[in-house]
Design a binder for this molecule. Structure first.
Ligand code: ASP
Length: 327
């Protein structure tokens, strides 16, 4: 797969690309079509923003919003449940041109945490908000929380919590389903965004890697951009999002093999599995995971590439979709 990405998609001039993931974990086959539909649609919607000269920030936000509204993903509607059966979500976004970042944690009853993370970045005067302060900031900015509460909870998430309670109750990413997007435009401007409900059965108040800049998300026009997914309590110990880009820079190696190596080193030393998508500053895409599955897709030009299983690499014309009318 890596070679195919490199062969097909390395280029001298930067060609815009929008890449997304729909979470690292183990996906049962009956869920493949929903995941593929979701990631390919998100890639196309985000790419349309770029194609219409929208900003990379707008592109990654819109791509993530598609998956936050999709019950097949662990973000927004469809988020996994904490130990008390509630949805508590984390999100972050980063602008590779300015290094501006916006993060939030523990937000409830909001369909699109990524849009609030962007508002934190652009309007709060800070990088990271939580709790009551986050909530009042959101209300001041005109965000609407769902009333009555609890509408983001799906039956699938309830069943997963019951299964988790009946299991050994380890905090693994399970099916996964965290979502992320990374974009580069023709000017080499990069942005990255990640949004999640976290881990099934997590302790109330638990914060994962997703909102931690440098662990779950990173973007720097000079280095590239990445969005992580997987066992966040482990990912955040090794700050993979920053480390992968910085290590590639320092060693002069492409990001893809560095990504593969860092994931395997993390798992060998600390356990867990993870995955990421990204772009380097030339617009070469990165797709890496050592989990069994990670749904991902990207659009470049008129072509969409996607996969779920390791070494999956499928292509389809961007126009070829029953969902294109939603764009
Ligand atoms: N990384 C996320 C977390 O630990 C979960 C995931 O990506 O599946 O909150």
């Amino acid at each position: 797969m890596n070679l195919k990405h490199a062969r097909m998609h390395s280029s001298c001039a930067v060609e815009p690309v929008l890449i997304v993931h729909g979470g690292a974990g183990t996906v049962t086959e009956d869920r493949f079509p929903g995941k593929i539909r979701g990631v390919t649609l998100a890639a196309k919607v985000g790419y349309q923003v770029l194609a219409r000269n929208g900003s990379v920030l707008e592109a990654v936000e819109q791509a993530v919003r598609i998956m936050e509204a999709d019950r097949y993903f662990n973000a927004g509607y469809g988020s996994v449940l904490n130990a008390e059966g509630d949805v508590e979500m984390d999100a972050s976004i980063m602008d590779g041109a300015t290094k501006a970042t916006g993060s939030l944690s523990g937000v409830r009853d909001l369909l699109h945490p990524i849009s609030l993370a962007r508002a934190v970045m652009e309007h709060s005067g800070h990088n990271f908000l939580i709790g009551e302060g986050l909530r009042s900031f959101a209300l001041d900015r005109g965000f609407r929380f769902l009333e009555p509460p609890g509408q983001l909870v799906t039956q699938y998430a309830k069943d997963a919590l019951e299964d988790w309670k009946a299991s050994d109750q380890s905090y693994q990413s399970g099916e996964g389903g965290t979502v992320g997007a990374v974009a580069i435009d023709a000017n080499g401007h990069i942005a990255a965004a990640t949004s999640t409900g976290g881990l099934t059965g997590k302790r109330v108040g638990r914060v994962g890697d997703t909102p931690i800049i440098g662990s779950g998300t990173y973007a720097d026009n000079r280095l590239g951009g990445v969005s992580l997914t997987g066992d966040g309590d482990i990912i955040m110990k090794v700050c993979i999002a920053y480390d992968v880009l910085r290590t590639a820079e320092l060693t002069g190696r492409p990001v893809q093999p560095v990504a593969d190596e860092l994931l395997d080193t993390m798992s060998a030393e600390l356990g867990g599995t993870a995955g990421m998508v990204g772009v380097d500053s030339d617009g070469n895409v990165v797709v890496a995971h050592n989990s069994q599955h990670m749904s991902w897709a990207y659009q470049r030009g008129d072509t969409v590439a996607y996969g779920v299983s390791k070494d999956d690499f499928n292509l389809l014309p961007a126009s070829d979709s029953e969902f294109i009318s939603l764009v």
